[in-house]
Design a protein around this ligand. Structure first.
Ligand SMILES: NC(=O)c1ccc[n+]([C@@H]2O[C@H](COP(=O)([O-])OP(=O)(O)OC[C@H]3O[C@@H](n4cnc5c(N)ncnc54)[C@H](O)[C@@H]3O)[C@@H](O)[C@H]2O)c1
Length: 438
């Protein structure tokens, strides 16, 4: 099929390349000339396992292209996937500005596009967003009626950064939120040979499902981390206790996210929790479980800061800046709050992350660096050795493979603060080892 993907970020670039690899003719669109340039040169705009090779191959085969102009991409488009960001507004509510703007542009190009187009929202958005906020924009911009002139659907994205390509290929199921058969059929054709079982449901249900997933994942992380902090005080091995807990697969659904580690972060869980709690407040609903997950997560970040401060050493090296291994995504990475606090208190801080190339970060996200992490460029080091050499305290903040083997390389007088249970404490023979919650 001829597919347009609007937004070439973490979701859109993976969708584009994977759909092209299944034989679809894909045109990606982004406002960022950097990201469009990457795709056009056959390079990946993000760090993601397996993606660079796939983009290079699909670009060469002519199935994947990109442009900065939606209007240029729309001719003959049978399916348009909207994958633009839906960040938190200042009050925590959901900000649909980017999706509305792209709907207006897509709508304006619908009339002369030559085929029936189904517009599919992939961005995370609260129930009612498609029907009440986006449909009117599309109808007004196109002068057409949904169902008649064009189709509309919601197709939640469940990929995890770091294993996004494998998640796309190995999905257990694909949820198609569609309220008319024509739109559901378009998505069934798009996913006919990938995406597991195809489940069709109402648009509102599909919108809600994404929040149910993310709230539950966040709840599991927060729960495991509270168990970790309590177990540590009780001198109980938190990983052993959770391993035993998870043996009961009849009552405890899956082990994912249930081992004590560092706080959750990234571009989805915090923002999506803020959006549903802000919605619950608007409904005057008391939902104390959901409303306190972020508080619990914040306490876990504070616990990490206190642990480092209690060591009374001023030279700190932090390994791993993105919210988990295998991605270069810095958005809402919890370690950035720890680093910001230490830098603010005058600690000498050196940083390393195997997936962060400062040139690329500044190319794609200069505003983010200047506004949120201005301390980053001068403190980043290319190698772990440069950080180890000058640090009294070494903090491991994500589980990148090269950090897992660090134990024997630490010397007497150094302290290892392991926030993610990356290192086997038995391998730290010369230095002190502190686990965050174990
Ligand atoms: N990152 C994830 O792991 C993940 C997983 C599932 C769902 N989601 C959801 O998917 C959506 C996208 O997330 P992301 O992480 O890919 O965001 P992102 O910020 O990495 O990418 C969004 C892209 O959209 C582009 N864009 C914004 N407005 C545009 C416009 N008018 N025209 C063209 N391009 C435009 C931006 O330049 C950016 O490159 C969000 O709603 C997010 O909640 C993300």
């Amino acid at each position: 099929m001829r597919v347009v993907v609007v937004g070439l970020g973490y979701v859109g670039s993976v969708c584009s390349a994977c759909l092209a690899s299944h034989g679809h003719e894909v045109m990606g669109v982004d406002l960022s000339e950097f990201k469009v340039g990457c795709i056009e040169r056959g390079e990946s705009p993000i760090v993601e396992t397996g993606l660079p090779a796939m983009i290079a191959r699909e670009r060469k085969a002519g199935r994947l292209r990109a442009t900065t102009r939606i209007a240029d991409a729309m001719v003959g488009a049978e399916v348009v996937l909207l994958c633009v960001g839906t960040p938190s507004a200042a009050d925590g509510s959901l900000d649909l500005t980017h999706v509305k703007r792209s709907c207006a542009e897509v709508g304006a190009s619908l009339a002369n596009n030559g085929v029936r187009t189904t517009i599919v929202m992939r961005s995370t958005m609260l129930p009612g967003s498609v029907e009440e906020q986006l449909l009117p924009v599309l109808e007004q911009a196109s002068g057409m009626k949904a169902g008649d002139g064009f189709g509309i659907a919601y197709n939640p994205e469940f990929l995890r950064e770091g294993s996004a390509v494998a998640d796309f290929e190995g999905a257990l199921y694909t949820v198609i939120g569609a309220d008319d058969p024509g739109s559901a059929d378009a998505l069934k054709r798009l996913y006919h040979d990938v995406g597991g079982e195809l489940l069709v449901t109402a648009i509102r249900t599909a919108e809600m499902l994404k929040y149910v997933n993310n709230a539950f994942h966040a709840l599991k992380v927060a729960f495991a981390n509270e168990i970790g902090r309590l177990s540590q005080r009780e001198r109980v091995d938190s990983h052993e206790v959770m391993r035993l807990f998870l043996k009961d697969t009849r009552l405890n659904v899956s082990p994912a996210y249930l081992m004590p580690g560092f706080a959750f972060g990234g571009s989805c869980l915090p923002k999506d929790l803020r959006a549903i709690t802000s919605r619950s407040v608007a409904h005057h609903l008391e939902l104390p479980v959901l409303q306190n997950i972020l508080r619990s997560n914040d306490e876990h970040i504070e616990a990490a800061i206190h642990l480092i401060e209690r060591l009374k050493k001023r030279r700190v090296g932090v390994l791993g800046l993105s919210f988990k291994a295998g991605t270069d995504d810095l958005r809402e990475s919890p370690i950035l709050r720890v680093i910001g606090t230490l830098v603010g208190k005058g600690y000498s801080v050196l940083l390393h992350d195997p997936n962060l190339d400062m040139e690329r970060v500044l190319g794609a996200n200069r505003r983010f660096v200047e506004d949120e992490v201005p301390y980053l460029p001068e403190r980043m080091r290319h190698t772990v050795d440069e950080v180890l050499r000058d640090s009294e305290v070494v903090v491991i903040a994500n589980g990148s493979a090269e950090y897992r083997e660090l134990g024997p390389r630490l010397v007497a007088g150094q302290v290892l603060v392991d926030l993610v249970h990356a290192v086997d404490p038995a391998t730290v023979r010369n230095a002190e080892y502190h686990g965050l919650a174990w």
